[in-house]
Design a protein around this ligand. Structure first.
Ligand code: EPU
Length: 313
């Protein structure tokens, strides 16, 4: 067997994204273990393109060389059973339980929405504010996903991964430069994350998750193909302001570029028709950026990631 075959590499494969448009990968890998992942990083270095859930990504219609590397097989979740058992025992013995934190160790490819539901079910609080954020855990940490109800950085205790030179690393929370939609780990491959969660009543967590989901449903076009917010919220005169509001005020709602349109529900969302083209989305992004710069005097920075053979995009 060749090295590439062992690393589960396929040729000419589709790249699953939430936009549902865009081209294919010349090479697509789904390593079954960290060793296989490391072999890919050794072989391809920075050319390896790490795919999360494809929720914040647009792939150009011409596709990419890759290899695109999906970490979906690195999806283990280990709950802190030892501490959970201790708590159950102290409850049975009538001793006061020690609230403390519960550590959960999660593979980068685990799906965040499923993890949130499982944590709520087990009475572990700290992630429910991220309800409705489509992401793998690794992807969410890499970009410090979040919104008005919290960001994932607050729950992160440690991150393990591989540098583009193939060296493994482990960083505790204090050493990670989390910021607004940033982790400082953008050039590394995150393989595993330790989360510190707090024991809480499952019913209270469930109510909070419902509230978060309802707020999103009311303000975002969740039923259509999009990649969430297109632009980061900029800082204007020292204050972070909603890019969606700026785009709305610049009169962009409903603006179209063939198969792509600026959502009328939330202006920082671009939706695309099922058979649409990535080029339409990319052109519309540029037109929105230009109009906001012209009418509001603010240059927006893209939040969604663009993959292309063309370095200019
Ligand atoms: N607004 C408008 N018009 C619009 C959109 C928003 O006037 O078209 C106004 C709203 O009425 C509100 C304010 O702008 O007064 C803020 O809007 P919202 O609560 O939707 O928050 P946001 O800052 O636009 C951020 C995140 C979202 C996250 C929400 C809710 C960014 C770029 N966006 O949006 O994240 O879901 O908060 O927590 O940080 C994403 O990152 O993909 C994303 C959708």
């Amino acid at each position: 067997m060749t090295t590439l075959a062992r690393q589960n590499v396929r040729a000419d494969a589709p790249i699953p994204t939430w936009f549902g448009v865009g081209g294919r990968a010349d090479l697509f890998a789904e390593p079954a273990s960290i060793d296989e992942l490391r072999a890919l990083v050794d072989e391809f270095g920075q050319r390896a393109m790490i795919l999360g859930d494809g929720a914040n990504l647009i792939v150009d219609d011409a596709g990419v060389a890759g290899p695109v590397v999906s970490l979906k097989n690195l999806n283990h979740v280990e709950f802190d059973l030892e501490n959970q058992q201790k708590r159950t025992l102290s409850a049975r013995l009538g001793e006061p339980s020690h609230p403390g934190v519960v550590l959960v160790r999660v593979g980068a490819g685990a799906m965040l929405p499923r993890l949130i539901l499982e944590c709520v079910r087990r009475g572990l609080g700290g992630l429910e504010g991220l309800g409705g954020v489509p992401a793998t855990v690794g992807g969410a940490v890499r970009m410090n996903a979040g919104g008005a109800f919290g960001e994932i950085a607050s729950a992160v205790r440690a991150v393990r991964g591989i540098t583009t030179r193939g060296e493994t690393f482990e960083l505790s929370r204090e050493k990670i430069a989390f910021g607004y939609r940033a982790s400082g780990l953008e050039n590394a491959v995150i393989t595993e994350v330790d989360l510190a969660l707090t024991p809480e009543e499952p019913a209270a967590l469930r109510d909070r998750l419902k509230e978060v989901m309802a707020a999103k449903k009311a303000s975002q076009p969740l039923g259509e193909s999009s990649a969430g917010c297109v632009f980061k919220n900029p800082t204007v005169a020292g204050v972070r302001v909603s890019a969606g509001r700026l785009i709305d005020e610049a009169g962009c709602k409903g603006m179209r570029e063939r198969s792509a349109g600026v959502s009328r529900v939330h202006a920082n969302f671009i939706t695309v028709e099922p058979d649409g083209a990535a080029r339409d989305v990319l052109r519309l992004i540029e037109r929105v950026r230009d109009r906001v710069a012209e009418r509001k005097g603010v240059t927006l920075e893209r939040e969604i990631v663009v993959w292309s053979r063309d370095e200019e995009l």
